[in-house]
Design a protein around this ligand. Structure first.
Ligand SMILES: *Cc1c(COP(=O)(O)O)cnc(C)c1O
Length: 418
């Protein structure tokens, strides 16, 4: 295995965005953290931002702080996120959680298309997305059509296109699928949805900050996504939503609340929606959870998404080289696409003992991957702070767990959060 470590150090030395790792808190330099696709590492400026917001603004300015920046925070950070996902200023805003935003936007689409009741998604989508889509479809007497994956890893554009028809109101997919890392063709599928008169809604949770997203170029209608994964916004940080400018006036947001009202501080008992994106808000934004999001987003903007995507591809390519040579012979199955252009920034591998192996990595080897039932270990390679050396070290430690059978001492009962 030592030749891989040497090769990794060469790749790190040539990495144009290697220095961004220094912008994150690394408490334990020996920890190989490969779960940035689930909870991103903390940017160094985040603690100071939260301190200023609590000690100076909350404690010192109290309610006056709403007029000193808090009120505009959701749209200000949204405008920065728009640079990462290829949208325009005024098209992205922070609000609620990803699931709630999906509900709001899917509901708006079905309401705008009376008579069209079909929602198309695929089996690679995230369960929470299914639940929200099913709930919306049910309210409109519609149905969710689920395109299945033949190999459990991929869904071809042809298969999605075949499910779209004149009854379809909405195509809703995860751009990067959470389990296999399959990366859909956003441009082609948006076009296919438009071809049947449907709208396309992209869940960018595993895509924002890891792959090239060009919402405006694709003419995408709607999008949503998490900020606590590759954007490093912090645990439970609010999500973002995107609504293309020309749709903002006509769509009706179903959860009417005062932050979506035209003039919230006139306390009018009649609801009249705000113009523009503000209409997609509901209630008071969680300022303390929002403040740190800007730190990770600024870093991604500084690095440039072109360089970020190039590194994510290089990291996963390097992992696959080691996988083919060292891990595949130990009984691991690759459960992600081999072609880099169809893969996000994480890689999944299957093994019959996946759960005990992943716990052995965490508890005995200081490597944090994640486990997704039933047999999947995911390695997430967040491009801003993951080194090529981390990739090689993780593989070396995994190799050790297998040849020394370290996982056999781990109980098979599952912990609550895996
Ligand atoms: C992580 C993730 C979510 C999480 O939604 P929350 O409402 O923030 O819990 C939703 N969709 C996808 C595709 C995800 O990867």
């Amino acid at each position: 295995m030592s030749q891989w470590i040497e090769r990794a150090r060469e790749l790190d030395a040539q990495d144009p965005i290697a220095a961004f790792r220094d912008a994150f808190v690394i408490e334990d330099p020996n920890l190989i953290y490969l779960k940035g696709n689930s909870l991103g590492r903390m940017p160094k400026p985040a603690a100071e931002r939260v301190r200023r917001t609590t000690e100076e603004q909350w404690a010192g300015r109290l309610v006056r702080a709403w007029n000193e920046g808090w009120y505009e925070l959701a749209s200000g950070i949204g405008d920065k996120i728009s640079q990462i996902i290829g949208a325009e200023p005024g098209e992205v805003i922070l609000s609620d959680s990803t699931t709630i935003n999906l509900y709001k936007l899917a509901h708006a689409v079905l309401q705008a298309n009376p008579g069209k009741t079909k929602v198309v998604t695929d089996t690679l989508n995230f369960p929470s997305d299914f639940y929200a889509l099913q709930s919306v479809a049910k309210q409109f007497g519609g149905e969710v059509v689920v395109v299945s994956s033949e190999d459990g890893l991929t869904v071809t554009p042809e298969a999605i296109e075949a499910a779209l028809d004149a009854e379809t109101a909405l195509l809703s997919l995860s751009l990067v699928c959470f389990r296999s890392s399959w990366l859909h063709d956003g441009e082609r599928l948006t076009k296919a949805a438009h071809g049947v008169g449907a709208m396309a809604l992209w869940d960018l949770s595993h895509a924002a900050g890891s792959v090239a997203v060009a919402l405006r170029h694709w003419n995408a209608d709607l999008a949503i996504g998490c900020t606590y994964k590759y954007l490093s916004g912090g645990p439970g940080a609010p999500a973002f939503l995107y609504v293309r400018k020309d749709l903002q006036e006509s769509l009706v947001q179903p959860l009417w609340g005062w932050f979506g009202q035209e003039r919230p501080f006139e306390f009018d008992l009649e609801y009249s929606p705000a113009s523009g994106l503000a209409k997609f808000l509901v209630g008071t934004p969680p300022i303390l959870s929002m403040v740190p999001i800007e730190c990770g987003v600024d870093l991604l903007i500084d690095a440039g998404m072109g360089s970020v995507r190039a590194k994510s591809t290089a990291l996963t390519d390097f992992f696959l080289q080691i996988f083919d040579a060292e891990l595949s012979p130990l009984g691991f199955r690759l459960q992600s696409p081999h072609e880099a252009q169809r893969r996000g920034a994480h890689v999944s591998m299957g093994h019959d003992e996946a759960y005990r192996i992943s716990r052995a990595l965490i508890e005995k080897m200081n490597v944090v991957p994640d486990f997704r039932a039933p047999d999947n270990i995911r390695f997430g390679f967040a491009p801003l702070y993951t080194r090529f050396e981390d990739v090689a070290l993780a593989c070396e430690r995994l190799h050790h767990v297998m040849v020394e059978r370290v996982y056999e001492s781990i109980p098979a009962e599952r912990l609550t959060v895996t």
